[in-house]
Design a protein around this ligand. Sequence first.
Ligand code: HEM
Length: 120
Amino acid sequence: MTLYERLGGEAAIQAAVILFYEKVMADPSLSPFFEGVDFEKQIQKQIAFMTMAFGGPSQYSGRDLRASHASSVRRGLGDAHFDRVASLLGETLDELGIPGPTIDEVLSVVGTTRNDVLGR
Ligand code: HEM
């Protein structure tokens, strides 16, 4: 079974997107990066993010992630923000009842995107 299936497929992604979105927007260190990004795009972003996190890094090329975060990097996006987002994702999955070892697996997939997201 893929990670995506083990996490509960599309329904789980939707639940996770809503919870995760609320957490990111409620964090004063993260929300400024989303200023001026339209709502549709933000939701699309969260779905794309979750699909990547649930399905594996092959869904998104480093070039895509680099390009879509370049303006955030220019505005100061760094390791602390990345760590915070990863930690909010872990919290989200925990609240949805995903087992710890599966969460670790998801976070290690997300971790492989760090250098691309941070443009280095
Ligand atoms: C942790 C790993 C991360 C992954 C896998 C990820 C993934 C993505 C994806 C797939 C998109 C959509 C790209 C597109 O459709 O153009 C996106 C856009 C975006 N991400 Fe991330 N992201 C990550 C971390 C972050 C962090 C830490 C921040 C800032 C706190 C952030 C802020 C943004 C913003 C502002 C956009 C929208 C850019 C725009 O539309 O102008 N991301 N991200």
